[in-house]
Design a protein around this ligand. Structure first.
Ligand SMILES: [Mg+2]
Length: 190
């Protein structure tokens, strides 16, 4: 019997696909060039209005990523053990579970961790990954991938890129979840 592969997965952009995420790059460029913000920092919504808009932006037009069926198969067969680690804040928890239940994905995950202390996402993920000791972690946000890769974690970071940042060089990058899962299984079992 082969050892189970322990995989941590980000939610938005990895398990769930939102076409609106393509707007992130222009926002990053505006922040960098017009506002002079170079630090890796993330906006934390505080007021009811900000939270409402944030939830709307997250929940609009969300679909399971290409590879959701393979995730269901590999977890039900016991080939991988999947853990969801999302930097979503506590107020988005009902929406998250609603999505997972609706698409029959909740039972795939041995654990589900949200960013309930509202830490900066890159620091939060570094802390959780260090504690959980995954074999692999799948992430779509380049700034977080870059941070985690330089954090000397025991976990191999795999990046799901999008159309706009596809040309960036990275040793373990994939166009979507299905490809990442296939590569991880191949890599571990050969
Ligand atoms: Mg993401």
């Amino acid at each position: 019997m082969k050892r189970k592969i322990i995989v941590g997965l980000d939610f938005d952009g990895v398990v769930a696909y939102n076409p609106a995420r393509l707007t992130r790059l222009p926002i990053a460029l505006i922040k960098k060039h017009l506002l002079g913000i170079h630090k890796v920092s993330f906006f934390v919504p505080k007021t009811p209005l900000q939270r409402g808009l944030w939830a709307l932006a997250h929940e609009s037009s969300m679909f399971p990523a290409r590879g959701a069926q393979l995730l269901r198969d590999l977890t039900s067969q016991g080939v991988i053990e999947a853990h969801l680690v999302t930097s979503r804040f506590a107020f988005l928890e009902p929406n998250l579970y609603q999505f997972l239940n609706r698409w029959n994905l909740r039972q795939c995950f041995t654990s589900i961790t949200l960013n309930k202390r509202e830490e900066q996402p890159h620091k939060y993920k570094e802390r959780v990954i260090r504690k959980m000791q995954f074999d692999y972690y799948l992430e779509d946000n380049w700034d977080i991938v870059a941070h985690l890769s330089s954090a000397a974690l025991p976990t191999e970071i795999h990046w799901i890129y999008n159309l706009l940042d596809r040309n960036r060089a990275f040793p373990t990058k994939h166009p979507y979840l299905e490809h990442a899962l296939q590569e991880i299984v191949k890599k571990t079992h050969t």
